[in-house]
Write a new protein. Structure first.
Length: 242
């Protein structure tokens, strides 16, 4: 048997048409995750710390002290929100301040999710890239089979088992459970040669090969009156036609 090279680098090179784009997408995803983790590090603790410092100062009515406190704090989304609120006019109505706070909070949340849209795009496109690689692999496999002469059809390819399928369709009368049971029985008949060898019973190969077809004939003799021929059996297949 030919040795198959399962080295990761070689496998990537063999599937270059799909593995290279997938590898590039993986690097981009990994880079975005690292960038977001680094950019948002300490955001929660920084927000809690700034809030705990600003609220008591505002409660005392020291607006200037609150502005200076926010300006000295490390950059974070909460700092931008507080800075916008404190820069508003002290005489501004409460509804306007609430609107400013909502807008700045929305912008801060959007900023925290920067580049995340790329993750969704890559996640949606990656399966189609993999499917394209699968299709190309199937095409290459059939191409190699054709070159080696192992592909295509030949006479007596199914060894008469197609007739068994027709009989099963006739006897089952379109009932799925009956199709499964009949296929199971005829499958057992087809595997009798292996079962007899395991049991130590020596029979002529010709006799063993006759047994499945003998079972077909017996089934037709017993249930032929209840069977019917599927109306589409002898019709050629036409795509889109019913």
């Amino acid at each position: 048997m030919e040795n198959v090279n399962l080295d990761l680098v070689q496998l990537i090179k063999q599937g270059a048409i799909s593995t290279y784009p997938l590898l590039a997408c993986s690097i981009v995803v990994f880079g975005i995750v690292l960038e977001r983790l680094w950019s948002l590090r300490g955001t929660v603790s920084s927000t809690l710390s700034l809030t705990a410092q600003v609220v008591p100062v505002l409660a005392r009515g020291d607006l200037k002290g609150a502005v200076e406190l926010v300006g000295r704090h490390r950059p974070c989304p909460a700092r931008r929100v507080y800075a916008e609120l404190l820069s508003a006019s002290p005489e501004a109505p409460l509804t306007e301040l609430e609107w400013v706070a909502d807008e700045r909070q929305f912008e801060a949340v959007q900023g925290c999710g920067a580049y995340l849209w790329m993750l969704g795009t890559i996640g949606s496109a990656a399966p189609f890239i993999g499917l394209f690689g699968t299709v190309m692999g199937i095409i290459r496999a059939f191409h190699h089979m054709a070159i080696a002469g192992t592909g295509g059809f030949q006479d007596f390819l199914t060894q008469g088992q197609g007739y068994m399928a027709i009989v099963i369709a006739m006897l089952a009368r379109g009932r799925p459970i009956a199709v499964v049971l009949a296929s199971l029985l005829f499958g057992i008949a087809l595997s009798l040669s292996d079962l007899l060898q395991i049991a130590g019973i020596n029979l002529s190969p010709e006799v063993v090969h006759i047994l499945p077809f003998a079972a077909i004939i017996v089934a037709l003799m017993l249930f032929a009156r209840r069977a019917y021929l599927p109306p589409g059996l002898a019709l050629p297949y036409v795509s889109g036609a019913r």
